[in-house]
Each structure stands twice: as structure tokens, then as C-alpha cells.
Write a protein that binds this ligand. Sequence first.
Ligand SMILES: C[S@@+](CC[C@H](N)C(=O)[O-])C[C@H]1O[C@@H](n2cnc3c(N)ncnc32)[C@H](O)[C@@H]1O
Length: 205
Amino acid sequence: MGLYKKYLLPKIIHWTCGQNPTMRQREKVVPLAYGKVLEVGIGTGLNLGYYNSTKIKHLTGLDPSEENWKMNKVNAEGLGLDLSFVQASADQIPAENDQFDTALITYTLCSIPDPLPSLLEIRRVLKPNGTLIFCEHGIAPDNKIKKWQHAVNPVWRTISGGCNLNRDVPDLLEKGGFRLKNLETMYLPGWRIATFNYWGTAMIR
Ligand SMILES: C[S@@+](CC[C@H](N)C(=O)[O-])C[C@H]1O[C@@H](n2cnc3c(N)ncnc32)[C@H](O)[C@@H]1O
């Protein structure tokens, strides 16, 4: 692993994902989590402070990057969270079928190289009546912005640790075997090619 990926990228991810508009998005979705929870792509732990610990039995945070996770400074015990970290990729989740009540995924689908196998894997480990909670940035509705997203994506992906600007989030979720229950969208303040947000909940189809 290069020095950029090991030392600099986790700091950049922590800073960009920790901006106020993004943190306000977390506040909208993370408290919905309940029961046995799997957070996919837990990154630097920016969601931890938003869980409603009284609703959580156990939280498993999964991420292939231990470097990102090491940036986490939150005292989970102090928050009343029973937490374990698993270093793994979402397309190979080390868990039995039908394990989790909730899967939470925030600003991660953009970074998974091939998201469909990962969504199918999340579906596998969710209980049949479980909930997928998501908040992701992705393809914008405006043609002019879309055009820029497609144009800039190859360079952006290279410098940003694999983040894609132009993923069609609802389409991916449907193709990954989920039925959208709630979906909200808006541009967050900031650079419009990177700020169109999709958030809501989905169930197994
Ligand atoms: C932009 S960061 C977001 C981190 C965190 N979800 C948040 O909301 O702050 C994307 C995260 O996705 C993780 N990631 C990349 N590929 C992954 C994969 N195949 N499976 C699970 N997580 C992955 C990265 O390591 C990184 O921590």
C-alpha cells in the first residue's frame, strides 16, 4: 500500500466526510438503526455518535481499511455501544445468513469497486424483515451536472481512494435485491457534482 493511501487518504476521508452538511445527513439516518447492526464501510467512525444506543444490541463495523478505522477516536463504551470492528470487504462478509436487523451504509457505495456483489452479500446477512438504511451521494438529476460527473469521474476516482461521483444509487439498490421503502434526495451545500444525496430505507425484495 502506498504512503498516500496509508497515511494521507484516511485523514482526507475523515475531513471531507466530517463536514457539517454531511454530519447533518448522518443525524437523519443513523438513529433509525436497531437491534443487531452491521455498518458497512464504517470508515473513521463518523456515524458512531448518532446511534441511539438504547435501540442497539450490538454494532459490527466492517471496513477493509484498518487505517481508516484507526482514525476513530470515539469512545463507543462511553456512548453505551457494544461494538466490534471487522476488517473485511462488503462482498465477503464473514457472517452467517440472516444475522442482522439493520445494515447501515453511508457514503460507501461510491467507493466499493463493484457494488452489486456487496449489496447481494448485505442482503444475505440481513434478516428477511431487516432494514437497510442508506445515505449516499451519486448521480445528479440535472443533465449539465451529470455530464460533469461522468467527465471528472476517472480522475476523481484515482485521487479519492476509489470514490465514484456518478453511481445511480436507487437503481443499484433495486438491482442488489432491495425494495425502496423511503427515498429522499437533495443537493447538499457545496460542489454540486459531489453533493447530490440519496437517503432512506429499503427492505429485502
Ligand atoms: C468515503 S468513506 C466513508 C466512510 C463512512 N462510511 C462514512 O460515512 O464516513 C468510504 C469507505 O468505504 C470503504 N470501502 C471501500 N471499499 C469497500 C468494500 N469493498 N467493502 C466495504 N467498505 C469499503 C473505505 O475503506 C472507506 O472507509
